[in-house]
Design a protein around this ligand. Structure first.
Ligand SMILES: *[C@@H]1O[C@H](CO)[C@@H](O)[C@H](O)[C@H]1NC(C)=O
Length: 283
């Protein structure tokens, strides 16, 4: 019995993968019938939404820490009511999750980039942003750096949000549940655009979002046994595993938060009459 457990631990290995992705190899379409498509020999993936349903895909691998980049081009024109979600998640009641969600809008009105972090099944950590460009005209890179010190969300290399590891101060941090990458496009016109006031215009359907140039420098989880990435990882000297925000990064986050942030749970005192969540008040 004990030796079986020992063996299970031994064969728990992490492979540090630096993969310039091919959608056929790295992802699988999980729902939506023919509405999700992998094109150009795996270089392009498109999701679409019509009146019947949306569509989605997920990574074949599970990751425990990584620097994950994807280029997205969002639903153009009148995208009101649509939501494109792109996120990392584990499963279960106490799951961890790192979210990007793109809330569509009427033509010419700004998308909202909605972000959230769940730890041990608890979220309620929303921050929302406008973007400094039109995300429907071209592909832009949306990145998640997730290492033992912090989670950093970036857009075209500009950090927009950091969630630090404050476990020493009693705030839980995702570090032992491997996560897959998920994405989906669906109708959420009950809340997405101006809080649900603007509905999806189905005469514009199908709505389509596109993905390309997935790139992951990540620890790939290859067994269901528990372990920790950084201590088992022979390449833990990899720069991304230790990366943190330098002073330029700090300045850019401040620039984004000052000019483009439209909602921050950390300043929503009405919502938290008992006091703001601890990560908001720890200096
Ligand atoms: C849509 O545009 C309106 C008007 O500019 C704006 O208030 C709203 O934040 C925009 N985004 C969403 C997703 O509602």
């Amino acid at each position: 019995m004990a030796s079986e457990i020992f063996l299970a631990l031994l064969i728990t290995t992490f492979v540090v993968a630096a993969s310039a992705g091919n959608f056929n190899q790295d992802f699988e379409i999980t729902w939506g019938d023919g509405r999700a498509k992998i094109l150009n020999s795996g270089e392009l993936l498109t999701l679409s939404l019509d009146k019947t349903s949306g569509s989605g895909f997920r990574s074949r691998n599970e990751y425990l820490f990584g620097k994950i980049d994807m280029q997205l081009k969002l639903v153009p024109g009148n995208s009101a009511g649509t939501v494109t979600a792109y996120y990392l998640s584990s499963l279960g009641d106490t799951h961890d999750e790192i979210d990007f969600e793109f809330l569509g809008n009427l033509s010419g009105d700004p998308y909202i980039l909605h972000t959230n972090v769940f730890t041990q099944g608890k979220g309620n950590r929303e921050q929302q942003f406008y973007l400094w460009f039109d995300p429907t005209q071209d592909f832009h890179t949306y990145s998640i750096l997730w290492n033992p010190q912090s989670i950093i969300f970036s857009v075209d290399g500009t950090p927009i949000r950091e969630f630090k590891n404050l476990e020493s101060k009693g705030v839980s941090f995702p570090k032992n549940q491997p996560m897959r990458i998920y994405s989906s496009l669906w109708n959420a016109d009950d809340w997405a655009t101006r809080g649900g006031l603007v509905k999806t215009d189905w005469s514009q359907a199908p709505f389509t979002a596109s993905y390309r140039k997935f790139n992951a420098q990540a620890c790939v989880w290859t067994s269901s046994s528990g372990s920790s990435c950084s201590s088992n990882n022979p390449s833990s000297n990899q720069a991304w595993l230790k990366q943190s925000l330098d002073s330029t990064g700090q300045a850019r986050i401040q620039w984004v938060q000052k000019n483009y942030m439209i909602y921050n749970y950390c300043t929503d005192t009405k919502r938290f009459p008992q006091g703001l969540p601890p990560e908001c008040t720890i200096a």
